[in-house]
Ligand binder design. Sequence first.
Ligand code: PLP
Length: 280
Amino acid sequence: MFDLVRQLLTLRPEDETTNFQNVARLVDFLKDYGTYPPFFEVQQGVNEPECVIDGRPYIMFAANNYLSLSGHPAVKEAAIRAIERYGVGPGGSRVMSGNVEVIVELERRIAALVGKEDCLTFPTGYMANVTVFQALMGSYLGRLPYETKESVIFIDELIHGSALDGCRLSPAKTVTFGHNDLEDLEARLEEHASMGNKLIVTEGVYCLEGEIVDMPRYVELARAYKAKLMVDDAHAIGVLGSRGGGSPDHHDCADGIDIVMGCMDKAMGGRAATYAATRP
Ligand SMILES: Cc1ncc(COP(=O)(O)O)c(C=O)c1O
């Protein structure tokens, strides 16, 4: 094992062919040590607690279909009605011919649910999170949207990998604070107080730990240090709040959260993701 790791580490980075060969060897290595992520093929029971994989029954603990909406008869019926009306897709990008009214209506309703003015959908939560940081925290035209050398993103050390990848793609400086450690966040904000554009990123609910964060305190810190606050509410929308509106609803602080990210493949039981915010 150590020989292979040593070989992988000493490979010449300038030799592309060798690096491609290296990927195959890394995959073999991970398979040999049982750490290569398997892609199970679920044959039955996608929406139910019991599912069938490779012909064998299992109990599914890995889904996020918190409200069992994915297989709910009313939801299925609505999806079938939509397919009858619109087909399975518009066959064109949104900026050309594909801005279908049902998507616009969905965005209007999600924005209302989380208490923001408007909303934009993405195919998945991953795509949403790898898009937003480069779009908001990089300057494309003069000083717009933000001048990069003055931009800093503060992220929780346990933030979802998609947000982490998004920060890597952004030209802004990324600063990590201890998990849900508001004192540490404040210290990092203090250190970067002179930076012009500051964005704090947290999740409303950390699903693996089962924690609901103290959102009002995040709002206070964002206001005190003139930072924007973005909340990945993938595991909060549909679960928290009297209307299921996630963190803004539960903590009654929609005005204090600048950007609310939501995933429709968790409590909503479907697919896609959204970013909701105030209009520019
Ligand atoms: C907190 C959080 N953000 C983002 C994502 C990415 O969402 P998706 O699976 O739709 O790509 C996930 C996925 O589980 C998540 O848990």
